[in-house]
Design a protein around this ligand. Structure first.
Ligand code: FES
Length: 110
Protein backbone atom coordinates (compact mmCIF):
# COMPACT_ATOMS: atom_id res chain seq x y z
CA UNK A 1 0.00 0.00 0.00
CA UNK A 2 2.96 2.37 0.12
CA UNK A 3 2.36 3.42 -3.49
CA UNK A 4 -1.13 4.65 -2.59
CA UNK A 5 -2.26 8.00 -3.97
CA UNK A 6 -5.61 9.73 -4.11
CA UNK A 7 -7.19 9.78 -7.56
CA UNK A 8 -10.04 12.29 -7.50
CA UNK A 9 -10.15 11.80 -3.71
CA UNK A 10 -10.23 8.00 -3.78
CA UNK A 11 -7.30 5.81 -2.87
CA UNK A 12 -5.71 3.77 -5.64
CA UNK A 13 -2.48 1.82 -5.89
CA UNK A 14 -0.43 3.98 -8.23
CA UNK A 15 1.50 0.92 -9.41
CA UNK A 16 -1.76 -0.49 -10.82
CA UNK A 17 -2.89 2.62 -12.70
CA UNK A 18 -1.58 3.59 -16.10
CA UNK A 19 -0.47 7.19 -16.54
CA UNK A 20 -2.92 7.68 -19.42
CA UNK A 21 -5.78 6.73 -17.09
CA UNK A 22 -5.17 9.75 -14.86
CA UNK A 23 -5.08 12.32 -17.64
CA UNK A 24 -7.48 15.08 -16.60
CA UNK A 25 -7.90 13.74 -13.06
CA UNK A 26 -6.58 14.98 -9.72
CA UNK A 27 -3.73 12.93 -8.28
CA UNK A 28 -2.70 13.66 -4.69
CA UNK A 29 0.26 12.10 -2.94
CA UNK A 30 0.65 11.95 0.84
CA UNK A 31 2.59 15.22 0.69
CA UNK A 32 -0.33 16.83 -1.13
CA UNK A 33 -2.82 16.50 1.73
CA UNK A 34 -0.73 18.82 3.89
CA UNK A 35 -1.37 22.54 3.62
CA UNK A 36 0.11 24.47 6.53
CA UNK A 37 1.97 21.57 8.07
CA UNK A 38 0.68 18.17 9.02
CA UNK A 39 -3.04 17.41 9.00
CA UNK A 40 -4.83 16.75 12.29
CA UNK A 41 -4.77 13.04 11.43
CA UNK A 42 -1.02 13.09 10.82
CA UNK A 43 -0.43 15.09 14.03
CA UNK A 44 -2.37 12.50 16.01
CA UNK A 45 -0.49 9.61 14.41
CA UNK A 46 2.78 11.28 15.40
CA UNK A 47 1.63 12.25 18.91
CA UNK A 48 0.51 8.70 19.64
CA UNK A 49 3.70 7.17 18.14
CA UNK A 50 1.53 5.02 15.92
CA UNK A 51 4.26 4.01 13.47
CA UNK A 52 7.63 2.45 14.05
CA UNK A 53 9.67 2.32 10.82
CA UNK A 54 7.11 4.36 8.87
CA UNK A 55 7.30 2.32 5.68
CA UNK A 56 3.54 1.78 5.68
CA UNK A 57 2.72 5.34 6.72
CA UNK A 58 1.96 6.93 3.32
CA UNK A 59 -0.63 4.33 2.35
CA UNK A 60 -2.23 4.21 5.76
CA UNK A 61 -2.36 8.00 6.07
CA UNK A 62 -4.07 8.33 2.69
CA UNK A 63 -6.49 5.47 3.40
CA UNK A 64 -7.44 7.00 6.74
CA UNK A 65 -7.63 10.46 5.18
CA UNK A 66 -10.09 9.16 2.58
CA UNK A 67 -12.12 7.42 5.27
CA UNK A 68 -12.37 10.52 7.46
CA UNK A 69 -13.32 12.63 4.44
CA UNK A 70 -16.32 10.41 3.82
CA UNK A 71 -17.02 9.17 7.37
CA UNK A 72 -15.94 11.68 10.02
CA UNK A 73 -16.97 9.37 12.88
CA UNK A 74 -15.92 5.88 11.82
CA UNK A 75 -16.20 2.76 13.90
CA UNK A 76 -13.15 0.67 14.71
CA UNK A 77 -14.33 -1.83 12.10
CA UNK A 78 -14.56 0.88 9.44
CA UNK A 79 -11.01 1.98 10.20
CA UNK A 80 -9.81 -1.62 10.00
CA UNK A 81 -11.49 -2.04 6.63
CA UNK A 82 -10.20 1.29 5.30
CA UNK A 83 -6.55 0.48 6.03
CA UNK A 84 -6.83 -3.21 5.25
CA UNK A 85 -4.93 -2.99 1.96
CA UNK A 86 -1.82 -1.74 3.73
CA UNK A 87 0.69 -4.10 5.26
CA UNK A 88 2.46 -3.01 8.42
CA UNK A 89 5.22 -5.26 9.68
CA UNK A 90 5.88 -3.34 12.87
CA UNK A 91 2.83 -2.30 14.82
CA UNK A 92 0.11 -4.91 14.75
CA UNK A 93 -2.16 -2.08 13.51
CA UNK A 94 -3.75 -1.30 16.88
CA UNK A 95 -1.80 1.94 17.57
CA UNK A 96 -2.66 3.12 14.07
CA UNK A 97 -6.35 2.33 14.45
CA UNK A 98 -6.40 4.00 17.88
CA UNK A 99 -4.85 7.15 16.41
CA UNK A 100 -7.31 7.32 13.52
CA UNK A 101 -10.18 7.01 15.99
CA UNK A 102 -8.59 9.63 18.24
CA UNK A 103 -8.21 11.98 15.26
CA UNK A 104 -11.92 11.46 14.63
CA UNK A 105 -12.63 12.40 18.24
CA UNK A 106 -13.43 8.88 19.25
CA UNK A 107 -11.41 7.25 21.97
CA UNK A 108 -12.37 3.66 21.45
CA UNK A 109 -15.23 3.15 19.02
CA UNK A 110 -16.08 -0.49 18.42
FE1 FES B 1 6.87 -0.31 9.99
FE2 FES B 1 4.26 -0.03 9.53
S1 FES B 1 5.48 1.04 10.98
S2 FES B 1 5.70 -1.20 8.42
Amino acid sequence: GSCTVLLDGRTVRSCLVLAVEVDGHDVTTVEGIEHDGLTALQETLVELSSFQCGFCAPGIVLAAHELLDHEPHPTRRQVQEAISGNLCRCTGYEPIIDAVLAAAGQGDAS
